[in-house]
Ligand binder design. Structure first.
Ligand code: COA
Length: 203
């Protein structure tokens, strides 16, 4: 299967939001809000068009990945800009055939070119370690609540790039959604039944 990775075209925004919805639906909770997060990220100051990319097979979009501006703030309130990775989606029928890896490798290459020091994400450690992501604790970076755990990971984009970046990680406000805006946004999409989540993120 030939896969092309390219920048997202604004005319495809809604199609891709639907792909995100299809991918995350009933995955971590009944329904999902990742498609709304993506929609809000695209309207935010943290949006970077070059890091909004898609995977295409036979002229059809089958995967997507976005990284946006985020901050690490130290104890003296000094902010350093980094990237927050996600959501990343590969349509279920196309998973496990290297498309996620292609999206990640391309995003990492673009982020390096743009000169960002690091990328930070919450995800499955077994998957992201292969791209060089490690527990963010290694760089003295915690969540905004001051926590560290294996799924909270950072990738240094050039040698010692994160040496002077430590403190609390603040992602874009777009990641906060509420039930009211989600219900309103859902009206744009085909109706889907909510069900029991496939993955229990608490275990
Ligand atoms: C996670 C995701 C983007 C990976 O994309 P993909 O194209 O399926 O992955 P790839 O084909 O590049 O990689 C497959 C490898 O990753 C591993 N992998 C994929 N998803 C994984 C997961 N959720 N947890 C652990 N390992 C995973 C596979 O075991 C496989 O390992 P192998 O190469 O040793 O056999 C895709 O599965 C997806 O969209 N999942 C649902 C949404 C999601 O969880 N997004 C990320 C939120 S953190």
């Amino acid at each position: 299967m030939e896969i092309r990775i390219q920048k997202t075209e604004p005319r495809d925004f809604l199609t891709i939001e639907n792909i995100t919805r299809e991918t995350f639906w009933n995955l971590f909770k009944p329904g999902c809000d990742e498609h709304l997060v993506l929609h809000k990220l695209r309207k935010s100051n943290g949006y970077i068009p070059g890091l909004d990319i898609v995977a295409i097979s036979e002229n059809r979009i089958i995967g997507h990945m976005i990284s946006t501006k985020a901050n690490v703030t130290d104890a003296q309130n000094k902010e350093k800009q980094v990237l927050c990775v996600g959501p990343i989606s590969v349509l279920p029928a196309f998973q496990m055939s290297g498309i996620g890896a292609k999206l990640l490798n391309e995003s990492i290459a673009i982020a390096k070119e743009l000169g960002y020091p690091g990328m930070i994400l919450f995800g499955h450690p077994e998957y992201y370690h292969r791209f060089g992501f490690v527990n963010a604790q290694n760089y003295g970076i915690t969540t905004k609540e001051g926590m560290n755990f294996e799924p909270f990971m950072a990738l240094e984009l050039y040698p010692n790039a994160l040496a002077n970046v430590s403190g609390k990680f603040y992602e874009d406000k777009a990641f906060e959604t509420n039930e009211g805006e989600l219900q309103e946004f859902e009206k744009l999409f085909p109706k889907k039944e909510k069900g029991k989540p496939k993955i229990d993120i608490n275990h």
